[in-house]
Ligand binder design. Structure first.
Ligand SMILES: Nc1ncnc2c1ncn2[C@@H]1O[C@H](COP(=O)(O)OP(=O)(O)OP(=O)(O)O)[C@@H](O)[C@H]1O
Length: 610
C-alpha cells in the first residue's frame, strides 16, 4: 500500500488520480501517530522532502516528492517572467534537493530562500516568488500577492515518484518474505543462533540462543560483549575465519559451537554462531541410530527364544544371562551353525544395551580392504569410488549397542592390529580421516576356529586374543545335545508352516532315531535346511522317511558316517538306544523301533551301561 503523508489538496487529488491509474488506492495521513497505528506491510510513504525527518524513524521506505526546477521554469515560460528576479521559497530540505539539480540553463539565475528566513529585508518588491506547493500556508504581505507563484510537482514528477514507490513495494515485499523466511528458519532450529554486525552488535537471535545465554528482553542492537564479555565471535570478526565444532562451557552447559564470518565483497560485515548442547547431540545421535537400528540393526532373538532343554544348552543360557549383566567382551566358540549369532543377540537383548543397535558383521565375508572400511568407515574422497560424504562403519553404527564380530578367526592380521587399537582406545578413526570418534560399543566375537591354535600358528594376534577372550561361551555341537532335536524340529515345522502356508503337524516317530544318530557337522543350520526341504516337498500332515528322498539320503549318509567313524558309531548307537528307551517304556517296542531284536537290545543296554 502507498500512504501519502501530509499532502493537501489540490496536490492530493492530483496524486490520487495518478495512483488510481496504477490501480493503487491512496491513503492519506496527516499525523505521525495516525500512521503509527496503521503501519502495515509492505507500506511505502510518499511525502514532501520537508517531512522526511519526521517519518524517518518509522523504518518504512520513503519516496520524497518535491517540485523541481523544470516545474519552476515551466511557470516562467508560460507567464513570460523573464525580466524579473526569481526567488524560490521552500523548506530547507527542499532547497537542498533543488540545488542538487544539474544541467538546467536557468539554475544560476535563481535565488533560494528558506521559508523561515523570509523577512522584509530580503523581500525585494520586483522579485517573483516561486513558492513550493507545500508552503501554501505561508503568509506573504498583501502587496506581494501578485508576485507570488505557487509551484506544484508536475504530472511527470508525481508519476515518477509513484513508479518509485511501486518498485519499492515490490522490493520491500521480497525483503519481507526473505526476512520472515530467515526468522522462521532461525526459530525452527534446535540450535541457539546469534548473529552480530561488524562492530559486534547483535542483529539476530532466536529463542534457543536467548535461553542458553540467559538473555532477556530486547537484545537486538546490544553489544554481544555486554552478555558474553569474552565472546569468541569478536575473534571471528577479526580473523574472518570460520570455527567449527568448538567445545566450550556456557553457564555450566557443555556446548558444541560453530562460528562463521559473514563476508560481503571480501569484507567481514558480521558473524553468526550456532550452538547446541552436547547432550542434545547425543540424544539426536541415539535417535538416528535407533532409526537405523529399526531398519536392520536389530537383534530379534532373546535368550528365552533359544530352543533347547538339554543340560548343555540350559547351562550355556544361564552363563549367557550372567554375561549380559556385564559390559565385558564375550567370545562365543562353537562349530558352524550352533547358534553363535543367536546367543550374541540374546546377550544383547538381555543387557542394558537392548534399546540400542545390534550390528553383526561377518569378518570372513569381506576381502581385507573392504572389511576395514566396513568396520571403521571412510571419509569422502579417501579412495576411488568412495561414497560422497563418506560412510559410517559398523563400529559407528553400533555406538551405544553391541557389535557382533562373527568369524573373527578369519580376520586378517593387519585389521586385527587396528581392531586391537580401537578396543584399547575406545575410539575409531575412519579411513582417510584424521579425527578420532569416541565410541561406546560392546564387542561379542565368535569363531568356529580354535583360536589357541591360531595364536600358536601366528595367524591370530595373542594380544587381541587376550583382549576378546574375557568371557567365553562354548556352544555345544548338536550331536552333544540330541535330546533337543524333537523340540527344535517342532519349532522349525511351526515356523516353516507359517512361512510356506503348510499344515504339517509333525515328524513320524521313526524318523527321530535317524536324526538323533546323525553327527550333524552343520549343526542346527543343517537340521533346519533338512526340515525346510521336507516341509516344502510334503503335503501330508506328517513328515516320513518314505516320503522324503532327503531323509533316505540322510539315512544312507548316516550309515556311511557311522561306518567311517567307529567312535561316532558307538556314540550314535548309544544315543539312539537311549532315545528309544526314553521314548518307549516297553523294551519290545524300543527294539522294534531300532530295527533290532530284544536280546540285542538287552546286550547293548548292558554294553553302554544304560
Ligand atoms: N537354539 C536354536 N533354536 C532355533 N534355531 C536355532 C538355534 N540355534 C541356531 N538356530 C538356527 O540355526 C541357524 C544358524 O545359527 P547361527 O547363525 O546363530 O549359528 P552360528 O554358530 O553363528 O553359525 P556360523 O558359525 O556359521 O556363523 C540359524 O538359522 C538359527 O536360526
Amino acid at each position: 500500500m502507498i500512504a501519502l503523508y501530509k499532502i493537501n489538496s489540490p496536490l492530493a487529488e492530483k496524486i490520487a488520480d495518478i495512483l488510481y491509474k496504477f490501480d493503487q488506492k491512496p491513503t492519506f495521513y496527516y499525523s505521525k501517530n495516525s500512521l503509527l497505528d496503521q503501519i502495515m506491510n509492505p507500506l511505502v510513504l510518499i511525502t514532501s522532502c520537508s517531512y522526511i525527518e519526521e517519518v524517518e524513524t518509522l523504518h518504512v521506505p520513503i519516496v520524497p516528492l518535491s517540485i523541481n526546477l523544470s516545474d519552476v521554469e515551466k511557470v516562467i515560460q508560460e507567464e513570460n517572467l523573464y525580466s524579473n528576479k526569481w526567488i524560490i521559497v521552500a523548506s530547507k530540505q527542499e532547497i537542498e534537493w533543488l540545488k542538487l539539480e544539474k544541467n538546467l540553463s536557468l539554475k544560476d539565475h535563481f535565488q533560494f530562500i528558506v521559508k523561515d528566513n523570509l523577512s522584509q529585508d530580503n523581500i525585494q518588491k520586483n522579485s517573483i516568488f516561486f513558492v513550493s506547493a507545500w508552503e501554501n500556508n505561508f503568509l506573504f504581505p498583501p502587496y506581494l500577492e501578485k508576485n507570488i507563484r505557487y509551484v506544484e510537482p508536475s504530472i511527470a514528477t508525481i508519476t515518477s515518484a509513484v513508479r518509485q514507490a511501486l518498485s519499492l513495494i515490490s522490493i520491500t515485499r521480497d525483503m519481507l518474505r526473505e526476512k520472515y523466511q530467515v526468522e522462521a528458519v532461525v526459530n525452527s532450529a534446535h540450535d541457539g543462533i546469534i548473529a552480530v554486525d561488524r562492530s559486534g552488535h547483535i542483529t539476530l537471535t532466536n529463542e534457543n540462543a536467548k535461553h542458553f545465554l540467559g538473555l532477556e528482553g530486547e537484545v537486538i542492537g546490544r553489544k554481544i560483549t555486554d552478555y558474553i564479555p569474552h565472546s569468541d565471535m569478536v575473534r571471528v570478526l577479526q580473523t574472518g575465519k570460520k570455527e567449527i565444532g568448538d567445545i566450550a562451557k556456557i553457564f555450566d552447559r557443555q556446548m558444541v559451537i560453530n562460528r562463521f564470518p559473514i563476508i560481503i565483497s571480501d569484507k567481514v560485515v558480521g558473524a553468526v554462531s550456532n550452538f547446541k548442547e552436547i547432550t542434545e547431540i547425543q540424544k539426536l545421535e541415539m535417535k538416528v541410530r535407533k532409526k537405523l537400528h529399526h531398519s536392520g540393526l536389530e537383534a530379534k532373538y532373546r535368550l528365552m527364544d533359544i530352543i533347547g532343554n538339554s543340560v548343555e544348552v540350559s547351562d550355556v543360557k544361564q552363563q549367557a544371562k550372567l554375561f549380559a549383566e556385564t559390559n565385558a567382551t564375550v567370545l562365543i566358540t562353537g562349530e558352524s551353525g550352533t547358534g553363535k549369532e543367536l546367543f550374541a543377540q540374546g546377550i544383547h537383548l538381555e543387557s542394558n544395551r537392548a534399546v540400542c543397535p545390534f550390528v553383526a558383521v561377518n569378518c570372513a565375508a569381506f576381502p581385507e580392504s573392504l572389511l576395514e572400511s566396513e568396520l571403521f568407515g571412510y571419509e569422502e574422497g579417501s579412495f576411488t569410488g568412495a561414497q560422497k560424504g563418506g560412510k559410517q562403519g559398523v563400529f559407528e553404527l553400533a555406538h551405544g549397542g553391541t557389535l557382533f564380530l562373527d568369524e573373527i578367526g578369519e580376520m586378517p592380521l593387519r585389521i586385527q592390529t587396528i581392531l586391537l587399537r580401537v578396543l584399547q582406545e575406545k575410539s575409531i578413526r575412519r579411513i582417510g580421516g584424521n579425527r578420532t570418534i569416541p565410541l561406546d560399543v560392546r564387542i561379542i566375537a565368535a569363531t568356529n576356529r580354535n583360536l589357541d591354535e591360531e595364536v600358536e600358528q601366528k595367524r591370530f594376534r595373542s594380544d587381541l586374543y587376550y583382549r576378546i577372550n574375557v568371557l567365553t561361551l562354548e556352544l555345544p555341537p548338536l550331536r552333544r545335545r540330541i535330546q533337543d532335536i524333537p523340540l527344535l524340529v517342532q519349532s522349525m515345522i511351526a515356523q516353516f508352516n507359517e512361512e510356506r502356508e503348510k499344515k504339517i503337524e509333525t515328524l513320524e516317530e521313526d524318523v527321530y532315531p535317524f536324526l538323533m544318530s546323525y553327527h550333524w557337522p552343520g549343526n542346527i543350520r543343517e537340521l533346519r535346511n533338512i526340515i525346510e526341504r521336507m516341509v516344502l516337498l510334503n503335503n501330508g500332515p506328517k513328515l516320513s522317511i518314505s516320503q522324503s528322498p532327503f531323509l533316505q539320503k540322510l539315512q544312507r549318509k548316516n550309515y556311511q558316517d557311522l561306518k567311517e567313524n567307529q567312535l561316532s558309531l558307538k556314540q550314535g548307537e548309544k544315543e539312539l538306544i537311549q532315545y528309544a528307551l526314553n521314548k518307549y517304556s516297553n523294551k519290545t517296542m524300543a527294539a522294534k523301533s531300532l530295527g533290532i531284536d530284544r536280546s540285542t537290545l538287552w546286550r547293548k543296554i548292558k554294553e553302554y551301561n544304560l
